[in-house]
Design a protein around this ligand. Structure first.
Ligand SMILES: [Zn+2]
Length: 462
């Protein structure tokens, strides 16, 4: 598989540390507010990568954090903790805020058919890990204590700006938007690992540490959680393009200083979804979420379909016109597929030809729009029988996840009838009346209902 790697700034052959296995980390949401559809586009990109890797046969272990402490209003350690801001805004405790917005996040996540990572861990559950890391970083002089806080000293590294190709070191840190000068820092790009002092009083979430009562910085969370759950060698780390600097730059610095070796080989970044006025953000009044789209009558999967139509490394502009268009195309597609009859045996040779084409498009840095073109080719191919078409579509949808084949609903009276027959048949078998048992099975088979006997009882397929 070929994947664009932000670290090398080129499309590269993907080679995991251990053959056939992938450790994959995704930066999760900061749960101080709803995640808008721009955030969700990023998670669709990660979900497509996750499902593509599985489709290609890799064994994937994916981990995601939930930031419920330490992310300040500026990504560069200035301002107030976002959780505290939300607590004041909604007059709730930080943990109540975290619970509410974590649930809301996963609700929207499920609506767009994103698969929950195997490991999801809140930042507040791993404080011991951050303390262990920071202690080692101080001992090895990568970190220092100043004005009560612990900072990472970026001058101790040869290549702090490796991920940004040194574009950031040209900038005067104090001049960047939202960045305040911090007189405690030796270098202005140094970043906080642990806070014990803050100009904002009454920080709710505090833990004991060797440096005093305080709370972790945002960046150490992802390094700590990733190393704790996925080990010292990470295959893929992903996030939105806005995470490249400073968040991922800082993650590399502290993780590699802590481990003493290279940490992650591939950095995967999704481009922004813009609204018509520019960058989508939470600060411009109403937050446009997947649930809001659904309440307005749109299928959340039309939003996912819209994302699949564009490459993850291209900016995408959201408009209701574009969403309406996506909804109508998706409806037509599903309608067309619903008319395909299961005819003939699956043609294995033709199945492989199209399946390989589909895989090739995804293996080419996740070219989802070309993969959709393969789907249309399958639909148009008159030589292909219905069974082969449906089998291909069913498989493609493991990655697309847009419910191309709607399961036919079983009506309840039919269900009742089948269950009654299953009961009669097991009764007959118990009485050793195999003729009756077989005739019940045949009666159902004639109606297209296949019985399946398992050690836990009998189930059926229509
Ligand atoms: Zn992160």
């Amino acid at each position: 598989m070929k994947l664009y790697n932000t670290l090398s700034r080129q499309v590269e052959e993907f080679i995991p540390h251990e053959e056939g296995k992938v450790n994959f980390y995704t930066c999760g949401p900061t749960v101080y507010h709803y995640a808008h559809i721009g955030n969700m586009r990023n998670y669709v990109g990660h979900d497509v990568l996750d499902k593509t890797l599985r489709y290609l046969g890799y064994e994937v272990t994916r981990c995601m954090n939930i930031t419920d402490v330490g992310h300040l209003t500026s990504d560069s350690d200035s301002g107030e903790d976002k959780m505290s801001v939300a607590s004041k805004r909604e007059n709730k405790s930080a943990m109540e805020i975290a619970k509410f917005y974590t649930d809301a996040f996963f609700e929207d996540f499920a609506k767009i058919n994103c698969k929950k990572p195997e490991i999801v861990s809140p930042a507040t559950s791993n404080i011991d890990m951050y303390i262990k890391m920071i202690e080692k970083l101080i001992k090895e002089e990568y970190a220092y204590i100043s004005g009560g806080n612990v900072y990472f000293d970026i001058s101790k590294l040869d290549d702090y700006y490796v991920l940004t190709n040194h574009q950031e070191d040209q900038m005067v840190v104090g001049a960047r938007e939202g960045v305040e000068e911090d007189s405690n820092k030796k270098n202005q790009a140094d970043f906080a690992l642990w806070f014990t002092t803050s100009k904002f009083e009454n920080h709710e979430l505090l833990w004991d540490s060797p440096w005093g009562k305080g709370y972790p910085g945002w960046h150490i969370e992802c390094s700590g959680i990733s190393i704790k759950y996925l080990g010292e060698y990470l295959d893929i780390h992903g996030g939105g393009v806005d995470n490249i600097f400073p968040h991922h730059t800082n993650e590399i610095a502290q993780s590699e200083a802590y481990l003493g070796h290279k940490w992650c080989n591939y950095w995967f970044h999704n481009e922004h979804l813009l609204d018509e006025s520019g960058k989508m953000s939470k600060s411009k009044g109403d937050i446009l979420t997947v649930s809001v789209l659904e309440e307005s009558g749109y299928d959340p999967l039309a939003f996912r379909f819209m994302c699949l139509g564009s490459h993850y490394r291209r900016q995408l502009v959201f408009s209701y016109d574009a969403l309406k268009q996506a909804q109508s195309t998706l409806n037509k597609l599903r309608n067309r597929i619903s008319k395909i009859e299961t005819t003939g045996e699956i043609d294995k040779e033709k199945f492989e030809v199209y399946n390989n084409k589909f895989k090739e498009e995804l293996e080419n840095d996740l070219n989802t729009s070309n993969a959709l073109t393969v789907l249309y080719e399958v639909l148009k191919d008159n030589e292909l029988n219905g069974s082969t078409k449906l089998e291909l579509i069913k498989n493609f949808d493991k990655v697309f996840s847009i419910e191309l084949i709607k399961e036919k609903e079983v009506d309840s009276s039919l269900e009742e009838y089948i269950n009654e027959k299953i009961k009669e048949r097991s009764e007959a078998k118990k009485n050793k009346d195999y003729t009756l048992a077989d005739s019940i099975r045949d009666e159902l088979a004639a109606k297209g209902i296949k019985l399946i006997d398992t050690k836990d009882g009998t189930t059926y397929e229509i």
